[in-house]
Design a protein around this ligand. Structure first.
Ligand SMILES: [Zn+2]
Length: 259
């Protein structure tokens, strides 16, 4: 499903939005002398037109990207196709783990793959199997950071991650519980493509609020869902890249730079 903000055809990105984005960035930089920003792309594992277009855009601007790979979706053949798109600029990309099968096991409440609906044994098995699968296919390109599907998981899951030598976890801003010491918390502030607002007006307002909040943090995380992108969503992402690259105080990083 495409978010409402990208569905308007006439005068996409009116100057009002451009100006608001600009002032959000400036306002944030008043808080911080330097600001680190990472982009995290979820639901990786299957090559597609949108996936290729996303990779091309990041390469064109030389912007780092952390890619959350679903172990059960990835095959050696798919990895060959995906990895070929990274070309020679391998350092830009940080490949890490996004759940195991990306399935919701909760019968009520919010969706989770690693929530209270799983036993400790199930959690341990899935994390171990996912890690082994990614290590065997990605080899040294696999980074031990975990992005739980739907940005949430139990404290038991985080303890298992720590025990299995994962270095960090990436969830939404202000997620609880806090991870155990030694497991870095890479919070995501901005959701570019899975917005829930009913109309474009509210959608832009919500997105710009998240950007302002993110820019006021020392490290701002921006989430991407390539499968939910249309042409307008690519135009906005490119516009955002140009804005961010204009500031010397902004340092664009991936998880490998943060652990
Ligand atoms: Zn996901």
């Amino acid at each position: 499903m495409i978010s409402s903000i990208y569905k308007t055809s006439d005068n996409f990105l009116p100057s009002r939005i451009k100006l608001s984005l600009e002032s959000s960035i400036k306002e944030g930089l008043n808080f911080n002398n330097t600001l680190k920003i990472f982009f995290r792309a979820d639901d990786i594992g299957v090559p597609s037109k949108n996936f290729s277009r996303m990779m091309e855009l990041f390469l064109k601007y030389g912007i780092p990207l952390s890619l959350a790979v679903v172990p059960a979706w990835l095959t050696r053949k798919r990895w060959e196709a995906i990895n070929a798109l990274a070309g020679k600029d391998q350092d830009h990309f940080c490949w890490h783990m996004h759940g195991y099968r990306h399935i919701n096991y909760e019968t009520r409440g919010k969706k989770q793959e690693f929530g209270p609906g799983r036993t400790l044994e199930q959690v341990q098995n899935d994390i171990l199997n996912g890690k082994r699968r990614l290590q065997s296919i990605l080899k040294e390109k696999f980074t031990q950071v975990f992005t739980p599907p739907w940005n949430r998981c139990s404290i038991e899951t985080m303890q298992v991650l720590k025990k299995m030598k994962f270095k960090g976890i990436s969830r939404s801003y202000d997620s609880l519980p806090v991870p155990p010491a030694g497991l870095e918390d890479f919070m995501v502030h901005v959701d570019l493509h899975t917005r829930k607002e009913k109309d474009a007006e509210q959608g832009w307002e919500g997105l710009l609020k998240e950007i302002t909040k993110g820019m006021q943090s020392r490290t701002c995380g921006i989430m991407i869902h390539h499968m939910r992108m249309n042409h307008n969503a690519f135009i906005f992402l490119e516009f955002l890249f140009e804005k961010l690259l204009a500031y010397r105080q902004i340092q664009l990083v991936n998880f490998n730079d943060l652990i």
